[in-house]
Ligand binder design. Sequence first.
Ligand code: MG
Length: 267
Amino acid sequence: MKKILITIISFVSFTLLHAQKDTTQQYGVGDSTKPETFEIYSPVPPVVTPGALPQDAPSDAIILFDGKNLNAWRSNKDTTKPADWDVHDGIMTVSKKGLGDIETKQRFMDYQLHVEWREPSDIQGTSQARGNSGVFLASTNGPGGGYEIQVLDCYNNKTYTNGQTGAVYKQSIPLANACKKPGEWQYYDIIWTAPRFDNDGKLSSAARVTVIHNGVLLQNNFELKGETRYIGFPYYVAHGASPIKLQAHGDPSKPLSYRNIWVRPLD
Ligand code: MG
């Protein structure tokens, strides 16, 4: 009996801990022919003041980069070292000769992320060697180093489609190619649901991602099969809240730039 009770309690606590916020709630008890039986007044959603423009951070966003410094970031290769990308004119430019990828000091689970990026107007190279970078939605020590949304110049640049701009790298072909010309600012709005693992490290719910590129839907709540890998089938390795990472890709083309990065945690 005691054993059954403990099992039930652990199941309920696990479910409560891992459940998404239930926004539907329960309908009131009462006369089901009356409209007010189906009207809910609590909980009340928090007030969030939107930015003046769609790309401006709302009042509850965490600013990851506002053009001034890389204080919210560190080196991914050596997390004791600061991020060494070049900050100038309100933007940051990838450093191809330094420590490489950068990641946020803060860790996140589920979130809404806004990122702007720009390829150099005189970008050269072909396929994956043309302004390659990437937004890793969780930086991990797993088989792919996390989950990459590809950043690449695909304006008249042919490459494998599950590696083009906005692909969940080698897992999901984007629904469209919405690339702007090199030299123009572009943006991603990304909704990320982190994967969940049980106490034994077994996957209990897969990661999901929605990606909007320049106002165009590229990934619609795609369920990831695991970390994104250069070679090999994707699989998961358990992790919790993780940094967001930006990739310094080793291709020889000119480095691209980022600006205006903010995040709204959702868990
Ligand atoms: Mg990349």
